[in-house]
Design a protein around this ligand. Structure first.
Ligand SMILES: CC(C)(COP(=O)(O)OP(=O)(O)OC[C@H]1O[C@@H](n2cnc3c(N)ncnc32)[C@H](O)[C@@H]1OP(=O)(O)O)[C@@H](O)C(=O)NCCC(=O)NCCS
Length: 299
């Protein structure tokens, strides 16, 4: 019997092992299939959790190929969702991760849910779209842009990326390696006196194209490079047959939104998504401070 002022017993939550997934096969019809779950648990062992009482699971992997940041890949839980989420956050902290991130891709929880499990709202990401031809077909001819081999230029791309993005959105070498394997992806850049100062990455999907990332080193911002790179991406995709170009950017990133607005981008009908999380090691934020400071100071 539990007395009124006694805390209810905590549900036993366990680390999800590969063997558990195999045992669960008959019970579950999860959104992540068994193979995907196994792959995540094999790559990021110890981060995913399950509840033996309900058989519910939270699958946790790496955030954009960054082992130092845990990221929820799938939640198959209702009854024990709070306990599972809290246990996952604690477990990642125990394992030495720098941060934990949960993105609301298609499932929404109330903000109180995240508050309850110790996660703050880190960012809101808004999708935009434009007709691919909106940028026209003329370039300024003042800015010389070249296509890069992503793997060969990795070190220079990383340097621009790290100077331009905040900790949450910065890309690492593994992310660039994975991007290099993406069918239809191209990276173009501008160099000044041999130094790579800005780049854009975009992917051609046929009728539709997507601008994946654009970064200009803080030393070279506000000189029209972002505009030229984005225009070039739209033109290349329009020439190959894309009719619409999509992208997404952070709600507070007004610099990028002004740039996209100038090229005809408008908010798309796709849902914005929220990123919740907890930073365990605050030096992570300082490592990528220029962009973070620029956005918060001027927002
Ligand atoms: C967003 C970003 C790519 C813009 O690149 P940029 O080369 O500085 O932009 P441009 O000089 O081409 O500016 C294009 C337009 O954007 C807007 N803009 C860009 N930076 C601005 C700033 N600091 N203040 C006001 N407007 C700005 C303006 O409308 C500008 O046109 P204008 O100069 O004729 O007024 C750059 O700030 C950056 O790399 N930021 C960090 C990474 C990032 O946020 N990437 C995009 C999100 S995924």
């Amino acid at each position: 019997m539990i007395l009124a002022n006694e805390a209810p017993p905590r549900t036993a939550i366990k680390v999800l092992e590969l063997a558990d997934i195999r045992r669960m096969r008959s019970q579950w019809e999860p959104r992540l299939d068994t193979r995907q779950m196994e792959q995540i648990v094999a790559t990021s062992p110890g981060r995913s959790m399950w509840s033996p009482r309900s058989g519910e699971v939270i699958v946790v992997g790496e955030w954009r190929h960054r082992p130092e940041v845990s990221s929820v890949a799938g939640v198959h839980a209702i009854r024990d969702v709070h306990e599972l989420m809290r246990a996952s956050v604690d477990q990642s902290r125990r394992l030495g991760a720098s941060a934990f991130v949960a993105v609301e891709w298609d499932e929404r929880q109330r903000p109180e849910f995240y508050q309850n499990v110790g996660l703050d709202l880190l960012d809101v990401v808004i999708p935009f779209e434009a007709p691919a031809t909106a940028a026209g077909f003329s370039t300024s001819h003042q800015v010389h842009l070249v296509q890069l081999d992503i793997l060969d230029s990795r070190a220079q791309l990383l340097a621009v990326d790290h100077a331009a993005f905040s900790w949450l959105w910065v890309n690492n070498a593994a992310e660039f390696e994975s991007y290099a394997k993406t069918a239809g992806a191209e990276v173009w850049a501008h160099h000044h006196q041999g130094r790579l100062l800005s780049y854009i990455g975009f992917t051609y999907f046929g009728d539709w194209g997507h601008i994946d990332r654009v970064a200009v080193h803080p030393d070279a911002q506000r000189q029209g490079l972002g505009l030229e790179l984005t225009r070039l991406a739209m033109q290349r995709m329009a020439r190959r047959g894309s009719r619409t170009v999509g992208l997404s950017t952070q709600a507070a990133n007004w610099k990028s939104q002004r740039l996209y607005d100038r090229l005809g981008f408008r908010r798309s009908s796709h849902n914005a998504y929220r990123v919740y999380g907890q930073v365990f090691r605050t030096s992570l934020i300082d490592e990528y401070s220029p962009a973070t400071l620029a956005v918060t100071r001027e927002a």
